[in-house]
Design a protein around this ligand. Structure first.
Ligand SMILES: *Cc1c(COP(=O)(O)O)cnc(C)c1O
Length: 230
């Protein structure tokens, strides 16, 4: 087995163990392999080991990789990085999911630019929960109004919420922002939105995220190794 195949299996085992500890079925959590900065060969190695869903943060890098991987593969591509309005068209035309919608203007552009020949673009709204590491994400108090508006846009299918909490090694501290996001998620479900995706948890905190109800974890380093941005 390749190192990537071994790493993937180790991550699947961590997910299964965290699910068991939380009393949840392991198949209630899907694995997104975050391949940003990594070469196409790494994506193909993971795909050969059964991985179907890949996440990218940079629009052009992601589009190049997804086009190059398309021959002989049927992969699902998620855009998870900050999205500027001048880049929405490429995302709308090429990706299957966007996890990082944090304002209505971006959602409206994705809606207008999604080709009618493609299925709706799956969307998560990114929420800046307490201790969010990135500057992106809507304020928790704005999440409901943004989700209601996004849910009405044609060409988009609102699936749920995403967050990127500040890294910390303390599992109890890791759980707090995940619990906050799940609280917002459940509140939105009670208002009638059919949401099924809670996108939270990365290499260092996937156990805490699963304990708090994550349905999708986004894992880069634990699968592909450390990133080199040089
Ligand atoms: C890079 C990134 C990940 C993966 O992070 P790792 O710590 O390498 O697992 C997950 N989500 C987002 C939004 C990212 O930018």
């Amino acid at each position: 087995m390749s190192a990537i195949a071994d790493n993937l299996q180790a991550v699947r085992n961590r997910i299964a163990q965290a699910a068991r500890a939380a009393g949840r079925p392991a198949d209630s959590i899907s694995l997104l392999a975050v391949s940003k900065t990594k070469p196409l060969a790494d994506v193909l190695a993971a795909a050969a080991a059964g991985q179907t869903d890949f996440g990218e943060n940079y629009v052009q890098e992601g589009v190049d990789k997804l086009l190059a991987s398309a021959a002989g593969n049927s992969l699902t591509w998620h855009f998870i990085g900050p999205l500027q309005s001048n880049k929405t068209r490429l995302v709308a035309e090429h990706f299957d999911w966007v996890h990082s919608v944090d304002r209505l203007k971006i959602a409206e552009r994705l809606s207008a630019q999604r080709p009618l020949t493609l299925p709706p673009l799956n969307v998560c709204v990114q929420v800046n929960v307490s201790g969010e590491a990135s500057k992106s994400g809507c304020a928790p108090a704005e999440a409901a109004a943004l989700c209601q508006a996004v849910a009405r846009l044609p060409g988009l299918r609102l699936r749920g919420l995403m967050a990127i909490p500040e890294p910390t090694d303390d599992i109890a501290a890791q759980r707090l922002p995940f619990r906050q996001l799940r609280g917002i998620f459940e509140q939105l479900q009670r208002t009638g939105l059919a949401l099924d995706t809670l996108s939270m948890g990365m290499s260092h905190d996937l156990e805490a995220a699963i304990a708090e109800g994550a349905t999708l974890v986004r894992i880069g380093t634990a699968i592909f190794g450390e990133r080199n941005y040089a």
